[in-house]
Design a protein around this ligand. Structure first.
Ligand code: BTN
Length: 229
C-alpha cells in the first residue's frame, strides 16, 4: 500500500473564496500533496453536482481535500460514499440528530438536504492523478437563505437543533473520521464502507436500484481481489 498522508496535516483557512474545490484543484494541479484541506468561511461561487450552485453564505461548513490514491478509476465512486459516511457519523456524534444518505452524495435530515459532496478528479488513461472531495454542510445557516434558488428542500443543523454548532468541532470530527476510514479502505478494501453506507440509505427500496447498478462493477472488482466481507 502506498504510504498515505494524513488528511488535514495542513489546513488552509480562507475568509472567502469562489469555491474551495476550485482552490484545491488549483493546488493539486501545481503538485500539492495529498491530505491538504481547504476551508472557507463563505464561497461566492460554490458549486454542486450537474452545474448547480451551492449556496454558501457564512454559517455553513465548506471544505475540500486532496487525495492522490493509487487505485483504479472504478474506485472513485466509493470515495464519495466514504466521505458521506464520515460526515454522517460526525453529525450524529456531536448532535442528537439521526441522518440518512441519499445516492450518490447527499446527507439528509428528515428527508431534507443538509450536506452535499462534490468529488472531482483528474484521470490520465487509467491513472488517477488526484481527487478533490468537496463537502458543504448547512450548519448554522437560516432556512430562508438556503432555500433561495435551490431545487430541493434544504435544512440546516441549527434549524433542527435550535442552537448554533461550533463549525470547527464539526470539521475536526469529519477529518477524524476521514482519517479513520480512508487508510482502512486502502488496506482492507471498500466493502465495509459500502455496508455502512447502505445501512444509512434513505428510502432503500426506491434509492437502492441506481446505486446497485453503479456499485456492481466495483463490488465485483472487490470479489476478484477476495476482499469482500
Ligand atoms: C451537491 O450536492 O450538488 C454537491 C455540493 C457540494 C458543495 C461543496 S461546498 C465545498 C466544495 N466547494 C464547492 O464549490 N462545492 C463543494
Amino acid at each position: 500500500m502506498k504510504p498515505y498522508r494524513e488528511i488535514g496535516h495542513k489546513i488552509i483557512w480562507l475568509e472567502e473564496v469562489d469555491s474551495t474545490n476550485n482552490y484545491a484543484k488549483n493546488l493539486a494541479e501545481k503538485g500539492e500533496e495529498e491530505g491538504i484541506v481547504v476551508v472557507a468561511r463563505k464561497q461566492t461561487c460554490g458549486r454542486g453536482r450537474e452545474d448547480r450552485n451551492w449556496i454558501s453564505p457564512e454559517g455553513g461548513l465548506y471544505l475540500s481535500f486532496i487525495l492522490r490514491p493509487v487505485f483504479p478509476v472504478k474506485e472513485l465512486t466509493p470515495i464519495t460514499l466514504l466521505s458521506a459516511v464520515a460526515v454522517l457519523e460526525a453529525v450524529e456524534d456531536i448532535t442528537s440528530l439521526k441522518c440518512q444518505l441519499k445516492w450518490p452524495n447527499d446527507l439528509l435530515l428528515h428527508g431534507k438536504k443538509v450536506c452535499g459532496i462534490l468529488t472531482e478528479s483528474k484521470v490520465v488513461g487509467e491513472t488517477v492523478v488526484y481527487v478533490v472531495v468537496g463537502i458543504g454542510v448547512n450548519v448554522n445557516n437560516s432556512i430562508e437563505e438556503l432555500n433561495a434558488g435551490l431545487q430541493y428542500p434544504a435544512v440546516s443543523l441549527k434549524e433542527k437543533l435550535g442552537y448554533d454548532i461550533e463549525i470547527s468541532i464539526l470539521l475536526k470530527e469529519i477529518i477524524r473520521n476521514l482519517n479513520k476510514y480512508y487508510p482502512l479502505t486502502l488496506s482492507k478494501g471498500w466493502s465495509f464502507i459500502v455496508k455502512k453506507w447502505k445501512e444509512k440509505l434513505y428510502q432503500v427500496d426506491k434509492e437502492l436500484r441506481e446505486p446497485i447498478i453503479h456499485l456492481q462493477d466495483f463490488l465485483s472488482l472487490e470479489n476478484e481481489e477476495g476482499e469482500l466481507a
